[in-house]
Design a protein around this ligand. Sequence first.
Ligand SMILES: Cc1cc2nc3c(=O)[nH]c(=O)nc-3n(C[C@H](O)[C@H](O)[C@H](O)COP(=O)(O)OP(=O)(O)OC[C@H]3O[C@@H](n4cnc5c(N)ncnc54)[C@H](O)[C@@H]3O)c2cc1C
Length: 371
Amino acid sequence: MTDITKSNFDAIIAGGGLIGLAIGYGLSRRGLSVMLLDAEDTALRAARGNFGLVWVQGKGAYFPAYADWTMRSSELWPKLAGELRETGGPALGLHQEGGLSICLSEAEMQHRFEKLDDLRAHQNGRFQFEMLDRAALKEIMPGIGPKVVGAAYCPHDGHVNPLYLMRALQTGLTRNGGVCLANAAVRTIDKTGNSICVGTEKGDFECQRIVLAAGLANAELAPMVGLQQSIKPQKGQIVVTEKLDQQIALPSLLLRQTDEGGLMIGDSHEDAGFETSVRPDIVSGIADRALATLPALADVGVVRSWAALRVMSKDGYPIYDQSETMPGAFAISCHSGVTLSAAHAFDLAGYIAEGSLGPELEGFSQRRFNV
Ligand SMILES: Cc1cc2nc3c(=O)[nH]c(=O)nc-3n(C[C@H](O)[C@H](O)[C@H](O)COP(=O)(O)OP(=O)(O)OC[C@H]3O[C@@H](n4cnc5c(N)ncnc54)[C@H](O)[C@@H]3O)c2cc1C
């Protein structure tokens, strides 16, 4: 067990969401001493409100390096799940048998095909997908409604219980000797001699590396290390039904069935600032599409619904940066923190341990916005 009074950690992580936990776990499995500092329960937390998809199809269609990074993470996911299982954390409920993008018109089918075909060409066949017509889709999803034209099937997609994922990463981190401190929001970051001094209400801590992974709060923390993170909130709402027998075998951006039986319905996108109320008009919009996909849902009860804020950069892609003025300081902001957990735990943590982001992450710097 790492000593909390230890004066100098190899790494301090600011933020206990999916990004901070994955990187913290990744650093600790390499033998680094890690302290993870999280803010109060009132902080914004995208990781507690997400849909749980490990999603590849369509990602990076206009940003090839992101397509590669997402694919890499999907390939590393079984290794991450296996390692976390060995640490004795909860089972993650990972299913990676593929995912569907359901299309409700021929135009949607065509658009989906063109986008995925571009991706396949870029990745020289590493990315795979198949367009399923209505008859083929009906074989794996018998309850589809009359408006459903077909779907894109991608074998790299999957889903997981995101809360179990967080708990498993935290279990792994602490089993590797890491320390997690709650109610310890980072307030100051200063260079002191050969170390970085991190100030919180629970005391000051020193480290060799600091990773800013505080979600939307990264916008305020990044300037403390000479960086900038152009991020803003994007609201998403999710509806959960009562527990049902199996309705769907594969997840989609709109619907996924949890191991416990509840159907999650999601995929709304709102520019609503920092406002997080559940809006009935948005819920009814996503419910309409779910009903068109699976008409049997008309008789199913809704048990809860919530809204959460995505961490979105200006172009929607991750920002991975390291400071030039404070060597050892990194800032990471991104959406798709579930999908990218494996790349973060293995590759990104490896780069941070070595002190420098790898060349494949160069295009993800905030500098791309400075043109
Ligand atoms: C509705 C919705 C659906 C989503 N669906 C998916 C999906 O299906 N698949 C997928 O891959 N991704 C999905 N995501 C995205 C995913 O949840 C995010 O990418 C991920 O949670 C971002 O994690 P984070 O750690 O950066 O931020 P957060 O989860 O917001 O965590 C930030 C943490 O930083 C802490 N903090 C804040 N200020 C400070 C400070 N000063 N010092 C220390 N700590 C601080 C907070 O307490 C918090 O714990 C979804 C997101 C939403 C909102």
